[in-house]
Design a protein around this ligand. Structure first.
Ligand SMILES: Cc1cc2nc3c(=O)[nH]c(=O)nc-3n(C[C@H](O)[C@H](O)[C@H](O)COP(=O)(O)OP(=O)(O)OC[C@H]3O[C@@H](n4cnc5c(N)ncnc54)[C@H](O)[C@@H]3O)c2cc1C
Length: 470
């Protein structure tokens, strides 16, 4: 096998497609992934039709050279093209892209093979890597790309064992019909107020939930909405552009505050930063990155990772009616008492704690990328074997500039590559489709010895040039 890709979500499919397009005739590629999400990944394998994309349909093509391809595939017309569609539709699109890549490969004598498998370990051998599967099988690939997506969420601390074992605790809201088992009048405490929380609250509402929902996070910030109609990013003032290019977080913040006071829509400011956010992150030193994570991350997340306006309206209606309340604070402890969940919280800035009672405690914490703390079997194995080096700030794995993995000593591991959210430490913004598709094409070019693709409209890094953004 020439190249094995571990993980068949968006990243794996986009890379496989890019490789089929570029690989020399006679090449063989295998795409390995868990059966239940093979070809769609976690986000687009959702069976809930109310779970919407948070990128406009017209900017979700799998190929950065054709951003409108998803909307074209659905034959959408305006204004639906600029709308936010159910994620399951995107799963259908990806699955068809994968089928098309297989057929395309056949016509070029490039074999793309899909395998439903759980990869548990890798071993370096003379001619590449031996890949071990959970079913006991193994095979050798000259090169391996890790594309496992984000990691499984960490167990929540402070929970009593009897609560964790009870139906009152829901660790994974969208599996095993967990949401459907919540009684409509139940009082629910959701830990997390990000995108997963938004999915949970909307799904409960669509199921006719009547009980009170409390949601808790450190800052109590919930995702903000996209504008109904996209507008061009602002042109940043020269002073701010300079601070940005120099990677001076302090001056950038000051400049952003100044522009925010006068700009008509803050989204135009965030969108102006987006094309070069990876470059900016790379210009920050570890101390500045740590400061960003501690003080700004929550604010960045809600402004940058926005939700569909229609979903935001629904959440707002729930808040206005008092059914949904969002709190800033920390969960210190939770246990079971006579069939109820009793939680001890400390509100943000408070010196005292308070106890609250709910019927259900539900975890909706964000994307996990800390390889040092993970229980993901393959990543645990790679970490313990010293084949990978976790990022110092808990943001995935260290790689070189081309996405080649570094080992425990910081040496490049030739032939072992990384693609997807575990590149956060290197690139910061590498979670959404627009960044991932660019990374997939760049890695496909690198693996096939092509020159790195020239930045197109999708990769525009010119901060002074206004462009439409989704
Ligand atoms: C709920 C949710 C909603 C999102 N919505 C959007 C959106 O609307 N727009 C947007 O741009 N981005 C969205 N994202 C971001 C999303 O992470 C990316 O868009 C993208 O789907 C990530 O793709 P991936 O292939 O890297 O990871 P995943 O989609 O997580 O795919 C990784 C795959 O690898 C498999 N895998 C992992 N380990 C192994 C192993 N050891 N062996 C075999 N297989 C393995 C997993 O089962 C999974 O199928 C969302 C993310 C989530 C979680």
């Amino acid at each position: 096998m020439d190249i094995a890709i571990i993980g068949a979500g968006f990243s794996g499919v986009a890379l496989a497609r890019g490789l089929v397009q570029r690989a020399a005739p006679g090449s063989r590629i295998v795409l390995l992934g868990h059966a239940e999400s093979h070809g769609r990944g976690v986000a687009y394998g959702t069976p809930y039709k109310e779970h919407c994309l948070n990128v406009r349909a017209c900017d979700l093509g799998i190929d950065p050279a054709a951003p409108a391809a998803f909307a074209d595939w659905l034959e959408l017309e305006s204004p639906t093209r600029e709308g936010f569609l159910p994620r399951m539709l995107y799963g259908d699109y990806l699955a068809e892209q994968l089928d098309a890549a297989i057929t395309w490969g056949e016509s070029r004598n490039v074999q793309l093979q899909c395998l439903h498998a759980d990869v548990v370990s890798l071993e370096r051998v003379t001619d590449g890597f031996r890949i071990y599967l959970a079913d006991g099988g193994s095979f050798i690939a000259a090169r391996v790309v890790l594309a496992p997506g984000a990691l499984p969420p960490q167990p929540m601390s402070g929970l009593d064992a009897d609560l964790v074992a009870s139906p009152n605790y829901i660790a994974t809201p969208f599996s095993g019909g967990a949401l459907e088992r919540i009684r409509p009048q139940a009082r629910v405490l959701v830990v997390g107020t990000g995108l997963t929380f938004a999915d949970v609250a909307i799904s409960l509402r669509r199921r006719g939930h009547r009980g009170r929902i409390d949601a808790l996070s450190r800052h109590g910030l919930a995702p903000l909405p996209h504008a109904l109609h996209p507008s061009a990013p602002v042109t940043l003032p020269p002073k701010l552009q300079r601070a940005w290019q120099e990677g001076d977080l302090h001056r950038v913040l000051r400049g952003l505050r100044e522009v925010a006071r006068v700009v008509d829509d803050w989204r135009r400011l965030i969108d102006a930063l987006r094309p070069d956010i990876q470059g900016f992150w790379q210009r920050l030193d570890t101390t500045q990155r740590r400061r960003f994570l501690r003080h700004l991350r929550s604010y960045w997340d809600v402004h940058r990772h926005r939700i569909a306006p229609q979903l935001h309206e629904e959440l707002q209606a729930m808040r206005d009616s008092g059914q949904l309340q969002i709190h800033a604070g920390r969960l210190l402890h939770a246990g079971l008492d006579r069939g109820k969940v009793v939680s001890v919280l400390r509100d943000r800035g408070a010196s005292t704690t308070r106890a609250v009672t709910h019927d259900v405690l539900l975890r909706a914490t964000g994307l996990e990328v800390d390889v040092n703390r993970t229980r993901h079997a393959l990543l645990v194995h790679l970490r313990e074997a010293g084949l990978v080096r976790p990022d110092a700030l808990g943001l995935g794995l260290e790689t070189d500039a081309d996405g080649t993995v570094l080992d425990r000593q910081g040496r490049v591991v030739p032939g072992l590559h990384l693609l997807g959210p575990l590149q956060c430490g290197q690139l910061w913004e590498i979670i959404a489709i627009p960044e991932l598709r660019r990374a997939a094409v760049a890695l496909a070019a690198h693996l096939t010895g092509e020159p790195t693709p020239v930045a197109g409209e999708d990769a525009a890094a010119d901060l002074s040039r206004p462009r439409l953004s989704a």
